[in-house]
Design a protein around this ligand. Structure first.
Ligand SMILES: Nc1nc2c(c(=O)[nH]1)N[C@H]1C(S)=C(S)[C@@H](COP(=O)(O)OP(=O)(O)OC[C@H]3O[C@@H](n4cnc5c(=O)[nH]c(N)nc54)[C@H](O)[C@@H]3O)O[C@H]1N2
Ligand SMILES: Nc1nc2c(c(=O)[nH]1)N[C@H]1C(S)=C(S)[C@@H](COP(=O)(O)OP(=O)(O)OC[C@H]3O[C@@H](n4cnc5c(=O)[nH]c(N)nc54)[C@H](O)[C@@H]3O)O[C@H]1N2
Ligand code: SF4
Ligand SMILES: [Mo]
Length: 716
């Protein structure tokens, strides 16, 4: 190889859910350029600014490359052997002294973008017998899993909008033009929406802010935060009363439809109009447009998951798609058939076994799929005598990501021991006793175990590592495996052998062979998909559009969709009660919602100059009428106060806001003492989660309600 010539490497971006193909030019261990891979079968060259910053993470002088230990508030570098030994000894001794419940773990968002972690984290949690598990899931999409568990029998069987073929796309509480899609993996969202409109299709957005997506839509309706359940009930009311409900082919595969008829009686468009802030006629028209469209799909994301009735929203969205005959058909919502079918691999033990088997100690919120709500983490450390004494955080920054970050900081300070598996000393990991830094991004091979399952086409791609890590470096999975082996050494010789054999690549190969496109061997040769074959498809493998899969893909015992799970019907009563008693003090006259930004990735990519340069982005957006009403004319900075705290940020007047609603992005607040991220600290902003009340929650699922938080705003 002529070392004068740059080399080209193709991989999938691991930063968000969109799975964009990248073309990376590099030479002698340096990245020369990062572009969209035009030949990628899924993304066709689309890329966003974050992917270009992958090189900044790789080169970041602030990134940890060796374990560090906190000694009198100084960080000392230590060797891997010493670090792993000390971490396992400390965790083990706390567990022995206080029992299984004394060790907790929080897993953050990059976990699901790292197949090694997905495959080997279990070794560690099993070795410790951890019961107090938390993750970003309960600050994000838990309602989707609840709805899927109870309606389809499996928490991961999430319906995906067929946006490439639909004629009517109703988006509620999502901003895919900025987020690039979530639980709807589809690289190049702006282009796909444009294509939808070019085909003559319509895009309608329901959002308290005229977002970047709303700006491109055919229609945008402002909605008051937290009232989407009412809108959905109103839409269903019209569809049921006007006799346009027709589940089509699925009619024989659903049960409980009658309950929907009864349920919607009290929610006519007129009944829900004042609470939602949407005129009755518009609700009626929307219901008619949706049910009359040749094909239509309703999709709701963060804005409707992270509110107090998140589970009801996700349930009713599924119901809407089903009763209008838009479920399990092209142009509607369908299940994906991924090459590694984790839904099948994990199987299902039946609906009742995954929910409320135990509760959080202080507030009694339910467990789901082995996890407790993250909003309870701080109190389980601070207020529960039998609670958590030691924490593991992995690939997460809960101090900035979980409501009431200040309380969480206090909790972390009180722990007997904390270890973080992370690449930075940030707002969370600065509280750790030891930080174990894994290899990252470009040094890691990649396969999307999770997001292929949520993709709008069936696709598969394997990306090798671009750069080989240092000899002494460890990948996330190696760290978890090593810790597990220290904590609970394997005695059984067969299991020991298995443990030695298992690597992410070997397990992936096995899973592909066992998957929907793998075929059992004939004459010792695999006929179907293998990792070796996938490796040859540098630009990915297209396995076709989503296709109908019901009823056989259902995991319910009777192979029917449960349209009206009792648990959800009962929760409607909570909704009705909530409508009368607001419980909010009058002094908080505004509702706070979030705002994702193209050049942010949750809390952790602000140490890249190219992503933070330009003006302050951590600003409060407010409608001009509210500016006047709150006497903020001419104010450049404002104080936002909530039930749990206050912060000061810049003010940005914007007609794009619904009156009475203000918006602030999350993931900022790098002004904490002791973080070692120089650029981020210079562009710190403030953390929205310092003022988000941890008591606001969808009590059914335990998901945090980070949207629709009562606040007041004054000039400083
Ligand atoms: N108010 C409000 N709060 C929110 C949201 C909101 O919209 N509003 N959004 C919520 C959502 S959807 C999410 S997903 C969460 C995210 O919440 P978290 O997952 O807790 O936070 P991240 O900012 O994603 O932090 C990721 C961490 O992983 C580290 N990291 C990066 N790559 C790797 C890696 O390869 N290995 C390891 N071990 N570590 C790595 C980073 O340094 C960082 O510390 O935030 C939630 N919080
Ligand atoms: N650039 C960028 N992309 C990202 C991320 C990022 O941080 N930056 N994060 C990734 C992650 S982890 C996730 S989970 C996804 C999230 O993906 P999305 O859900 O598409 O992203 P959000 O921007 O949070 O969209 C939520 C929308 O809901 C609106 N909203 C707030 N409250 C309500 C309400 O009560 N009702 C209704 N109808 N709408 C409401 C907000 O105004 C916002 O437009 O994005 C992913 N992609
Ligand atoms: S949209 Fe997501 S996957 Fe695509 S390049 Fe940007 S960060 Fe990467
Ligand atoms: Mo997320």
């Amino acid at each position: 190889m002529n070392s004068e010539q740059p080399e080209v490497h193709y991989r999938t971006c691991n930063l968000c859910e969109a799975m964009c193909g990248l073309e990376i030019e590099h030479k002698d261990g340096n990245v020369l350029s990062i572009k969209g891979d035009k030949q990628d079968t899924f993304s066709n060259g689309f890329i966003c600014p974050k992917a270009v910053a992958l090189q900044d993470i790789y080169n970041d002088p602030d990134r940890l490359r060796q374990p560090v230990k906190r000694v009198n508030d100084e960080w000392q570098k230590i060797g891997w052997d010493e670090a792993l030994r000390e971490v396992s000894q400390r965790l083990l001794s706390i567990k022995k002294k206080y029992g299984n419940k004394s060790v907790g773990i929080y897993q953050g968002n990059p976990t699901v973008h790292n197949y090694g972690t997905m495959l080997f984290m279990r070794n560690l949690t099993k070795a410790l017998g951890i019961r107090n598990k938390f993750s970003a899931t309960s600050v994000d999409q838990l309602p989707h899993h609840m709805a899927s568990q109870y309606m389809f029998g499996h928490n991961l069987l999430i319906p995906i909008p067929d946006i490439d073929r639909t004629d009517f796309f109703l988006i509620i509480g999502a901003n895919p033009v900025v987020s690039n899609g979530s639980l709807m993996t589809a690289a190049g969202m702006p282009g796909r929406l444009r294509d939808l409109q070019k085909r003559g299709g319509k895009v309608v957005v329901i959002d308290p802010r005229k977002t970047e997506t709303a700006a491109k839509a055919d229609q945008h309706l402002f909605i008051k935060p937290g009232t989407d359940t009412l809108l959905l009930l109103g839409l269903l009311h019209v569809i049921v009363r006007e006799n346009t409900a027709n589940p089509g082919r699925l009619a024989g595969h659903i049960q409980g439809l009658e309950s929907i008829d009864t349920l919607t009686v009290d929610f006519s468009p007129e009944d829900v109009s004042s609470q939602t802030g949407i005129e009755a006629d518009r609700i009626r028209q929307l219901a008619q447009d949706f049910s009359k469209a040749t094909s239509a799909v309703c999709y709701g994301r963060m804005g409707v998951s992270t509110q107090q009735y998140g589970t009801l929203c996700q349930w009713l969205i599924n119901v809407l798609n089903i009763v209008t005959g838009n479920f399990d058909r092209s142009g509607g919502a369908l299940f994906n058939t991924p090459a590694v079918d984790i839904v099948k691999l994990l199987g299902s033990k039946g609906t009742l076994h995954k929910y409320n088997r135990w509760q959080s100690g202080v507030r009694g919120l339910p467990e789901f799929d082995g996890e407790l709500p993250s909003v309870t983490m701080a109190e389980e450390i601070l207020e529960n005598e039998d609670g958590i004494k030691a924490m593991i955080t992995s690939a997460g920054n809960p101090v900035l990501s979980v409501p009431n970050g200040k309380k969480l900081e206090e909790a972390f300070r009180k722990l007997d021991f904390m270890v973080s598996v992370d690449i930075y000393i940030n707002e969370t990991t600065r509280h750790a006793d030891i930080i174990l830094p894994p290899t990252t991004g470009l040094e890691t091979d990649h396969y999307d175990l999770i997001f292929n399952l949520f993709a709008v086409r069936n696709v598969a791609k394997y990306s090798p590592a671009l750069f080989s890590p240092d000899k002494s470096a460890m990948a996330d999975w190696q760290i978890f495996k090593a810790l597990a082996n220290h904590i609970k050494p394997q005695k059984n010789p067969l299991k020991k052998l298995m443990d030695r054999w298992s690597t992410p690549q070997r397990l992936l190969d096995l899973a592909l062979k066992m998957g929907s496109y793998g075929r059992w061997h004939k004459g010792f040769r695999w006929k179907g998909l293998t990792l070796a074959k996938l490796k040859r498809r540098t630009h990915g493998l297209d396995l076709g559009p989503l296709s109908p899969s019901l009823p056989h893909r259902l995991f319910t015992k009777d192979k029917k969709i449960n349209m009206a799970p009792d648990l959800f019907l009962e929760d409607i009563e909570r909704l009705k009660r909530g409508l009368v008693e607001t419980g909010v003090e009058q002094k908080f006259d505004l509702l706070l919602i979030g705002r994702r930004q193209l050049r942010s990735n949750n809390s952790w990519m602000h140490n890249s100059h190219r992503l933070v340069k330009g003006g302050d982005r951590c600003t409060l957006m407010m409608h001009p009428a509210d500016v006047r009403k709150n006497k903020l004319n001419g104010a450049s900075n404002v104080r936002i106060e909530s039930q749990v705290g206050s912060i000061e940020v810049g003010l940005e007047e914007s007609e794009d806001m619904l009156q009475g609603v203000v918006s602030l992005p999350h993931g900022w607040g790098h002004n904490r003492r002791g973080i070692k991220m120089k650029i981020a600290a210079e562009h710190s902003g403030q953390s929205i989660n310092d003022i988000i009340d941890h008591s606001l929650v969808d009590t059914l699922s335990g998901n945090a309600a980070v949207n629709g938080v009562p606040v007041r705003v004054e000039a400083v």
